[in-house]
Design a binder for this molecule. Structure first.
Ligand code: AGP
Length: 607
């Protein structure tokens, strides 16, 4: 997730306006920043890797001529945060500049075609194909607007772009596909931005662009057209009533809730990862003699789930190990035949990095899954995959967890194919459901949020919770427990449901809430027995079930329904959603701040 901004100011320099706007978009990405302006038929560009304030100190982003310009603050997805990879990106002659938020899926093939036509690339990014596509179109005597339109017809993926050209210095052309883009209409300027906070101090009059729409911004106004049929779009001006702080959260009261709602888009992004890196990592996993999945906290729960994924469809043993225990538990056994897949959304967790460094010194192969390009984990991994969730501001991991699960499931499926362990039908079923997951998660949020608010009111004063699941759902139970504990401060216990009778069931008293995760998989029949055991002792049964599971519904005091059936290995992605919402709304009911829970940090960089 990056932040883009553009402005045409009638009687002011654009650069200072753009710089201030990018500062207000910094929560969308902060590993590099750049601005391009046009003045007297020439494009000026200042960009570098680093935080906005640091780059400004170095380059003075305000000191750029021209009243028209674009800017970008980056969350790297393709290409590490180096100066060359910072936006804006230009064509060969430096007459076109582009900023982009999104993922161009087919950029490799487009780049090859453009290089065959003689185009020279300067970065490793997917974005850079766009200015060269536009340049190629303008060579055919198309105008800037038409050239942008034709370029966008050639790309596949998501985008919010803003384009300027010294050949048509009186306009900004911007367009949207999935990544947000909104126009701000001021008294003396017109803006385009990824998000309202960028221009809210300047105007609260806004027009939202929809998918496959292009907007042409000029000093005297704007027009919006559909990319497909070029029809004119008439859309009413909206007045934004948000405060600046609310705008940063897109109107949500907390980043955590915003990030819960971002999960469908993040999951779509994980389905656009570059095959070559997933295939490369799958090859390493397939050839590994022994695999340890090493992580902390929520990322460990993703590893726990992944161990079931790899085992069940790829017949591959992958051992999940808590990072802070790795050296004690497995250290002496690690050797050149060991493969470590470290999972860390920050890529900076000290426990995880210490475990990885220990294994690396014992000649183990290091693989990494992270959300941050350029993080330490990416630098010490032989192969790494970036999950592209965008910055996660809330301390409690939500969107990064479900994205990790999606990537790990994709890896498990690739290993299963390499090993010939998955049949035609099973492969097609999993791949089909994988593509459906973002929509299933979207519906799960929509259909369960009100229920979560209601149940939260009912349970907010409970003194302890149980979370139980069997099979891969035991990982979901562990994650649900952590979510509840870390933001509501209510103690909770999570166990594989089969363990209850080996001790924990002694804690059950009438009214104690026990949450069961019950997908319709092989474990369902035994989980019904566990529910009966708890019910017989007076527990309050809260279940997460597949829509229409009447039997468990009847046994439950409260239930959350997941729309649609899912293959076992994908179930945690959807089944965690109602419990993220429940934890969030209990915290809110208790008057706590879910974004900043006591004693916790977003990235635990100390051991
Ligand atoms: C989860 O909600 C917590 N924020 C915490 O457990 C976190 O998952 C853990 O610290 C690991 O962080 P990482 O993924 O950045 O390594």
């Amino acid at each position: 997730m990056c932040g883009i901004f553009g402005c045409i100011a009638r009687n002011a320099k654009a650069a200072p306006i753009i710089h201030a706007a990018l500062k207000r978009l910094e929560y969308r990405g902060y590993d590099s920043v750049g601005i391009a302006t046009i003045h007297k038929g020439k494009i000026y560009i200042k960009k570098d890797s680093g935080k906005i304030d640091d780059v400004h100190k170095l380059l003075n982003l305000d000191d750029m001529p021209g009243s028209l310009g674009i800017g970008h603050t980056r969350w790297a997805t393709h290409g590490a945060p180096y100066q060359a990879n910072a936006h804006p990106h230009t064509d060969c002659k430096g007459e076109i500049a582009v900023v982009h938020n999104g993922i161009i899926e087919n950029f490799s093939e487009l780049r090859n075609e453009l290089e065959d036509l003689g185009h020279k690339f300067k970065s490793k990014t997917d974005t850079e194909v766009i200015p060269h596509l536009i340049e190629e179109n303008m060579k055919k005597s198309l105008g800037l607007v038409e050239s942008v339109r034709e370029a966008l017809k050639a790309v596949r993926g998501s985008y919010a772009i803003a384009v300027i050209s010294s050949r048509e210095p009186d306009k900004i052309v911007c367009a949207r596909m999935e990544s947000p883009l909104i126009l701000g209409i001021g008294e003396n300027a017109v803006y385009c931005a990824s998000d309202v906070p960028a221009f809210l101090p300047l105007t609260n009059k806004a027009v939202v662009l929809e998918n496959e729409e292009i907007a042409i911004i000029r000093p005297d106004g704007y027009e919006i057209r559909r990319i497909t049929d070029w029809s004119l779009v008439e859309r009413k001006l909206e007045t934004i009533e948000w405060t600046a702080e609310m705008a940063e959260k897109q109107g949500y009261p907390h980043f955590m809730l915003k990030e819960i709602h971002e999960q469908p888009q993040c999951l779509r992004n994980t389905l656009r990862l570059q095959d070559k890196y997933l295939d490369l990592m799958a090859t390493f996993l397939d050839r590994a003699q022994e695999i340890f999945l090493v992580a902390a906290g929520t990322s460990y729960h993703a590893c726990l789930a992944a161990s079931y994924m790899f085992s069940k469809i790829a017949y591959l043993a992958a051992h999940p190990v808590i990072a802070s225990e790795f050296i004690e538990q497995e250290g002496m056994a690690v050797n050149i035949n060991s493969t470590i897949l470290a999972v860390s959304q920050s890529g900076e967790t000290a426990d995880t990095l210490e475990a990885v460094e220990y294994a690396r010194l014992r000649a183990a192969t290091i693989l990494g899954l992270t959300n941050v390009v350029g993080s330490t984990l990416t630098r010490i991994s032989r192969v790494y995959v970036v999950q592209q969730s965008g910055p996660e501001i809330g301390v409690a991991a939500t969107k990064t967890f479900t994205s990790q699960l999606s990537v790990l499931a994709q890896l498990a499926l690739r290993v299963a194919k390499i090993r010939g362990k998955v049949g035609h039908r099973q492969m097609e079923e999993i791949e089909k459901k994988m593509m459906e997951i973002p929509d299933i998660v979207e519906r799960t949020i929509k259909e369960n949020e009100e229920k979560a608010k209601k149940v939260a009111k009912k349970l907010k004063d409970k003194k302890i919770f149980f979370f139980l699941g069997r099979g891969i759902s035991s990982a979901t139970a562990m994650e649900a427990r952590l979510k509840l504990m870390e933001i509501t401060y209510i103690p909770a216990i999570a166990y594989p449901a089969g363990e209850s009778k080996h001790g924990p069931i002694s804690l059950i008293e009438p009214g104690l809430p026990v949450v069961f995760i019950c997908p319709r998989d092989e474990t369902r029949k035994t989980i019904v027995g566990n529910i009966m055991e708890m019910k017989a002792r007076g527990a309050m049964i809260i279940s997460v079930i597949e829509k229409g599971d009447e039997e468990i519904k009847k046994l439950s005091d409260e239930y959350f329904e997941i729309p649609g059936s899912l293959p076992e290995i994908l179930s945690p992605i959807a089944f965690i959603i109602p419990l993220q919402l429940l934890a969030y709304y209990i915290a809110v009911e208790k008057g706590l701040d879910p974004d900043k829970p006591r004693n916790l940090a977003k990235s635990v960089t100390v051991k």
